[in-house]
Design a binder for this molecule. Structure first.
Ligand SMILES: Nc1ncnc2c1ncn2[C@@H]1O[C@H](COP(=O)(O)OP(=O)(O)OP(=O)(O)O)[C@@H](O)[C@H]1O
Ligand SMILES: [Mg+2]
Length: 235
């Protein structure tokens, strides 16, 4: 469904991704692991078209990726805190509404769909509260609902649980897995804790210095990803 083919990204003359191949199937939650600076966020941003690639291709269902194909969820939860939860979720639909649509007045059909998305993440009862009044974990679930409201077949999440406590993290990751398995989305999540990947992901890809060095079962040993390069020679 989502295929990244030979993605190479340079910043200036410094290569950050070296011909990375990653696929995420429909109905699959793929976790991307790797040390700080290994290129995880750059890979996500390249997939979403937010950074230019030097070479390689991003396709969704075999055709060139279009803007609305991919929904994003980030570590820093980007909600409009003073607006209602419902209007934040409605904003997910903005990409397919006429340009003059405003954040103040969404069509009833969009509000209904947004309510269904909120229900999906277990927060329908908070629809009319200010987004800023929710806990961090709840806000991240609202961000997931907003991504759902975008109706994209692919969901990319960059460290979606790094700001959350363990219980909220489990909840958000279980939700992402469920969206993959039940709604048949292709979900790619960058995670920092291998244990979360082992518990929730269907497959794990490991990046090291901009290269895929591991691709397979979520519960395999991943320590090598985090070993300093200077120790490689002696190990
Ligand atoms: N806009 C940019 N301009 C220049 N260099 C960048 C830019 N974005 C990322 N880099 C560099 O690319 C490399 C990979 O960064 P990236 O953010 O993808 O790593 P990461 O795996 O997401 O790390 P972390 O776990 O810390 O989030 C780093 O060396 C970083 O300094
Ligand atoms: Mg990152």
């Amino acid at each position: 469904m989502l295929a990244l083919d030979g993605i190479t990204v340079r910043f200036g003359d410094r290569p950050v991704l070296h011909g990375v191949d990653v696929t995420v199937a429909q109905g699959e939650l793929l976790a991307v692991l790797g040390a700080n600076g290994s290129g995880k966020s750059t890979l996500l941003r390249a997939a979403a078209g937010l950074v230019p690639v030097d070479s390689g291709a991003v396709t969704v269902d075999g055709r060139a990726r279009e803007r609305l194909d991919i929904a994003l969820v980030f570590q820093q939860i980007h909600l409009v805190r003073r607006r209602s939860v419902l209007s934040n979720v409605c904003a997910g639909a903005l990409g397919r509404l006429p340009l003059r649509s405003s954040l103040l007045r969404f069509p009833d059909a969009v509000k209904e769909e947004a309510m269904a998305c909120l229900d999906r993440v277990g927060l329908a009862d908070r629809a009319h509260d200010r987004a800023g009044s929710l806990s961090g974990g709840q806000q991240q679930r609202v961000a997931v609902a907003r991504a759902l409201c975008q109706r994209s077949p692919v969901l990319l999440a960059d460290e979606p649980v790094s700001a959350l406590d363990p219980a909220a993290s489990e909840q958000v990751l279980a939700l992402l897995a469920e969206l993959a398995h039940v709604e048949r989305l292709a979900v790619l999540a960058v995670l920092h804790q291998p244990a979360y990947a082992a518990r929730h992901a269907d497959r794990v890809v490991g990046l090291r210095a901009g290269r895929v060095v591991l691709d397979g079962a979520p519960d395999q040993p991943v320590d090598a990803l985090y070993r300093p390069a200077s120790l490689e020679a002696v190990s």
